[in-house]
Write a protein that binds this ligand. Structure first.
Ligand SMILES: [Cu+2]
Length: 138
């Protein structure tokens, strides 16, 4: 069982690499999207650490004031149902965690600029139930 799980992970990683190579080769106009790409491909924890505690159905951020710079938002599912975290705003588009079961965590590293960003749970219906927060970077 351990071996087959490892093979599956390797296959996924290879497929992901191939997708990146294809995306790189096909681009005549990739410069337009480079900002968003750099935001979503940085996986290592860096910058200011912010915890986003997720419950049914609310988000609670460990800090509420922000300045331009790099932040790592760690989504902490403290609830019982599946949640995730997505961030959208200037230079940050469609950056999201995988679905997280209760007790799981995942991190997103993004560079915030001046503007307003929305953090929300992309699981069906949860945003409308209250898992939605806006932060403003002055
Ligand atoms: Cu949710």
């Amino acid at each position: 069982m351990a071996i087959s799980a490892r093979v599956a992970l390797t296959t996924t990683a290879l497929a992901f690499s191939a997708a990146l190579v294809l995306a790189g080769c096909s681009s005549g106009d990739s410069s337009q999207s480079s900002g968003a790409a750099s935001a979503s491909t940085t996986k290592a924890a860096s910058g200011t650490q912010v915890t986003v505690t997720e419950t049914e159905y609310a988000l609670k951020l460990s800090q509420s004031s922000f300045t331009p710079g790099t932040y790592t938002f760690t989504a902490d599912n403290a609830g019982k149902v599946t949640h995730a975290l997505e961030i959208d705003g200037p230079g940050v588009s469609d950056v999201k965690t995988k679905n997280l079961g209760g007790g799981q965590q995942a991190a997103l590293t993004v560079t915030l600029k001046k503007g307003t960003y929305e953090l929300y749970c992309p699981v069906d219906g949860h945003k409308g139930l209250g898992m939605d927060q806006h932060i403003t970077v002055p």
